[in-house]
Every structure is written in C-alpha cells, then in structure tokens.
Design a protein around this ligand. Structure first.
Ligand SMILES: Nc1ncnc2c1ncn2[C@@H]1O[C@H](COP(=O)(O)OP(=O)(O)OP(=O)(O)O)[C@@H](O)[C@H]1O
Ligand SMILES: [Mg+2]
Length: 389
C-alpha cells in the first residue's frame, strides 16, 4: 500500500524511484560503496530497503537512530555495540546464518550460541563492554566469507550514518578501512538526513586514507515534483477506494511540497477518517504534522547552548519571508535580541544547515518550503522565546 506510513520494503509499495534503485543495485553488484542523502522523510530508508530486497543479497541493517538522543554529545561504545549486534542478529535470524559468525560473537560475549541469537540488549548490557572495535570488522569478515561461500553479496546499511561520529571509543574510519580492504563481497550503504554531517564523516574517512571518500557514490533522493505528488496521492487514494476532490488534492500538494513522508501521512490519515465516517479535514491533519515537527525541534532547541539565539534566527528568517542572507538575518536578530555578533549568527545558521533543518542556496539561507516543517520550526522557536517577540 502506498499509504502505509512505515518505511517501505517491497517494490510494489514504493512509488517511482526506479533510477535510484537501479543506481544502488548496480553499485552493490560492483562493490561500490554508496551514500544516500536526502532531507527528512523524503524516503531514504524506503529506497534503500527496496533496493536491497533481493535473494542474492545478505543484508545487515544497522539503525543508528536507535541511539539518537539530542541531549547527548557522545554515545557510549557499548550502546553502539548493542545496535550493531542487533543488526547482526536480525540478519542471522532472517537468513538462518549459522556457524562461525555466531560462534565468534558468543565467544566474545561469553554466552552460549543459542542465547546469542536471542540476544536481548538489556540482559547482556554489561557483556557488550567486552566487544571491542576490532570485533566489529571481524564479525563483518566472518559474514563476508559466508556470503562469498554462498555466492551472495553482503550489504551493510548504516542508517543515519552521521551518528557514528558521536560514538566514543570507536574509530569508524579504521573499521571501514578494514572492511574495505578485507571484505570483497561487501558493499556499505550509508544514509543520512544531516547531509552536511554525513559529508564531513566521509571526508574524515578520506583524510585518513586519501581518495577513499571519492570512491563512495553519492545518490541524492529528491522530493517529488508537483505532478508526481499529485499522481502519488491519486494512486494512493485509488488503492484505498476513497474519492477525493481535485481542490483538496491541489491544496495538499501545495502544502506538503513534494515531501513523500507528509504526503503518505496525509493520505493515510485522510483515508482512515473517511473510512470511519468522519469528514476528513486537511487543516487538522496538517496540524498533526506540524506538532510532530514542533516537538522534535523543541527537543533539539533545548539541547543547544543558546536556545534564544537559535529561536531568534529562525523567527528572523520567517520575518524575512523564509529566506535571507547572513547580513539581513543578523540585522533582524539584533533587533529582536540585542547585539549578537555576525560570526555567531553565521555559525548557528551553518549548524542548522548541517543538521538538515535549513537549506543554503548561494548566499541565502532558506526555511523549508513545506508547511509542516516550516511552521513546526517557527512555532517551536516562538514558544521557546516565550512569546517575547
Ligand atoms: N517513494 C515512496 N513511495 C511510497 N511511500 C514513500 C516513498 N518514499 C517515502 N515514502 C513514505 O514516506 C515516509 C518516510 O519514508 P522513509 O522513512 O523511507 O524516509 P526517510 O528519508 O528515511 O525518513 P527519515 O528522515 O525520517 O529517516 C514513510 O511513511 C514511507 O512509507
Ligand atoms: Mg530513514
């Protein structure tokens, strides 16, 4: 179903994206590593899921968002190990991979083979400390060998890869270089919405081993164009057996500005309400989306060192009509807050770009164009500035 709000797994549930899927699959066939970029909710996880859904691949998905916490600057190594082993275990179960990989993990953790498969992150928390950096690449090597013996490709997906940089006590560069050098049947796929940070991470890989980063193929997942957005909604509603007026479709396309996650959310909510006899209301559904962004962004703001400055910068951009150059933003911020030095405003704007909240085009900084994100960011900022301006 197109309007299933979970990340898609099957080709039939994914709208379009043939080109991206082809690129990913070709890269895997050739062992070329990939970075899949895109703004939040654009469909990175879905595109990768569908592309790697193939009986010739053994896929290990490491969902780094499981560690995510905006209040923490760094993650403990054991936390990463938990997420890593969870990915390994899911793969072992799904592909019924027996043998050496499990034996290896059980040995390190001091568990018997059976309970390693039933690994419960809480129960073995203290044991995870025994898992060292070298063990990560050793486990991958074991599974790479297994894939090779079975004439399969191993695909290692690091979802939201920028989080790797915050893991304490793991040198991810050396882990990846090791995998690159020794695991010839393995392709690594990085995804990330914090585009600037993923690029920084890949640069660090390159820094430690020149040219390495250049061999990583970059694939950008874009928002749907207007016609595609409308077609997506029409097909989705057709699947659901719901009739929706042209005016609502046009208005939804305008407000959600081609962000697949919002279109899907809208379609799902609208269909649900229509089927249950409620009269679905676009404003109400959009409000739910705004609240979601707002609460996530408030969490982020309160984790920064100067929530007032961050808020003032976003409010200033809004007052400037959603876009502005550094100099203009600084002027408005100063009118709101009093003197904030331009370099500091610059630093915060760039951080917001790196984290994927704002975009930069030429010299201009831009608020997101879709309504839930733009309103969510601005309303969170206004609430945090306690209505002061
Ligand atoms: N091409 C598509 N066809 C159908 N549904 C899609 C498509 N792309 C994304 N979606 C839907 O949009 C939502 C977001 O997708 P997904 O989680 O894959 O995006 P993401 O870029 O990984 O998001 P996040 O930044 O939150 O990790 C999900 O509900 C998913 O089902
Ligand atoms: Mg994702």
């Amino acid at each position: 179903m197109l309007f299933d709000i979970r990340p898609k797994e099957e080709r039939k549930d994914l709208y379009d994206r043939d080109k991206e899927i082809d690129e990913i699959r070709q890269s895997i066939e050739r062992g070329v590593w990939i970075a899949v970029y895109g703004i939040r909710r654009v469909g990175k996880t879905s595109v990768v899921n569908v592309a790697v859904n193939d009986p010739n691949y053994i896929v290990i998905k490491i969902n780094l968002m499981r560690m995510y916490n905006p209040r923490r600057k760094v993650y403990a190594r054991s936390q990463f190990m938990g997420v890593f082993l969870e990915g390994i275990n899911n793969a072992i179960k799904k592909y019924t991979l027996g043998g050496r990989a499990i034996r290896y993990i059980s040995n390190i953790l001091g568990t018997d083979e059976k309970s390693s498969i039933e690994l419960n992150a809480v129960r073995i928390k203290t044991r995870l400390k025994k898992f060292r950096e070298e063990d990560v690449s050793s486990v991958v090597r074991e599974i790479d060998q297994l894939a090779k013996d079975n004439r399969k490709k191993l695909v290692l997906v690091f979802d939201e890869a920028q989080e790797l940089m915050r893991v304490n006590g793991i040198n991810s560069s050396s882990v990846f270089h090791d995998i690159y050098d020794y695991c010839k049947s393995t392709t690594v796929v990085f995804t990330g919405s914090m585009v600037g940070l993923v690029e920084k991470m890949l640069k660090e890989l390159e820094y430690q081993k020149p040219f390495f980063g250049r061999y990583i193929r970059k694939i950008r997942v874009e928002r749907f164009e207007l016609n595609r957005s409308k077609d997506f909604l029409m097909r989705g509603f057709e699947e659901e057996g719901i009739k929706v007026g042209e005016d609502i479709l046009v208005e939804a396309v305008r407000r959600f500005d081609g962000v697949p996650g919002w279109l899907t959310f809208f379609g799902a909510e609208y269909s649900f309400r229509a089927k249950h006899g409620d009269s679905p209301d676009l404003n109400e559904i959009e409000r739910m989306a705004i609240e979601q962004v707002k609460s996530e962004f408030k969490d982020f703001l309160t984790s920064t060192q100067s929530p007032e400055r961050y808020s003032a910068i976003l409010i200033s951009l809004d007052r400037l009509g959603g876009r502005g150059e550094l100099r203009d933003v600084t002027k408005v911020v100063n009118a709101l807050l009093g003197e904030v030095p331009e370099p500091r405003v610059h630093e915060i704007l760039n951080r917001l770009v790196n984290l994927g909240f704002l975009r930069k085009e030429g010299q201009e900084y831009l608020l997101p164009e879709d309504e839930p994100d733009r309103k969510g960011l601005v309303e969170a900022s206004k609430e945090l500035s306690k209505g002061g301006y």
